[in-house]
Design a protein around this ligand. Sequence first.
Ligand code: AMP
Length: 223
Amino acid sequence: MAPRANLILLGPPGVGKGTQAELVVQRLAVPHISTGDMLREARAAGTELGQLAGQYMDAGELVPDEVIVRVALERLQADDCAEGFLLDGFPRTLPQAEALEQALGQIGQEVTAAIDLEADREEIVARLSERRVCRDCQRIFSLRRGEIKEGDRCPECGGELYQRRDDQPEVIRERLRVYEELTAPLIAFYRDRGKLLTIRSDGPPDEVHKLVWASIEEALGSR
Ligand code: AMP
C-alpha cells in the first residue's frame, strides 16, 4: 500500500491556510479538513457543539482542547482519510499536537509534513479584515486583491458573501495574540521531529501554491 499523505498546515490566522488547502486538494486525493469550518457548520446547524464553540469563536479564543481533539480525531477516522488528510487549523496547541501524534501512532502512522506559512503581521491584519466567505460553498475571496467588490455575490456559486464575526479588528488582534502564545510553539514541535517546512506566504495565492506544492512533492517523495 502506498504511504499516506498526512499533512498539516500551520501558520497564523489569515496567512492563507484555507486558500492553499483548497489548491492542494485539487491535486492530491486527500480531504481538506478545517476544524474552523467544522465548527462554523456546527453553529449554523445549531448543534450542542456549535453552541459551545460559538462563544469562544466570537471572542477569538480557542475551543477547549478536549472538545476539539474529539471532533478532529473522529473526523480523521472517516473513510475518505484512507490515503491521508490535509489538516487546516488543527492542531493549534501542544496538547492537540500530542493527541494527534498519539492517535496516528496507534494506527502505525505519523505526520508526513507540517507546512508553516509565514507572512508579516500587517499583511495578515489587512488580509483578514478584507476577506469575505461564501455562506454556501465556503470559498474565500479578497476585496483587497480585487477578487470581489463590496456587495458582490460569490463568483463561484452565487451565494451570499459575508464577513466572519471574528474578522473584526479587535477580534483579529486577540486571535493573533492567542496564536503567538499557544500555536506558535508547534513550529518547534514539528521542527524537532524533522517535519517542518517553512514557506513565505506574502505573494499571490498561485505563487505561494507553487512553493507549497513543491515542498509537498518533496516531502512525499522522501518518505
Ligand atoms: P479558523 O477558521 O481556523 O480560524 O477557526 C475559527 C475559530 O474556531 C478559532 O478562532 C477557534 O475559536 C476555533 N477553532 C478552530 N480550530 C480550533 C482548534 N484546533 N483548537 C481550538 N479552537 C479551534
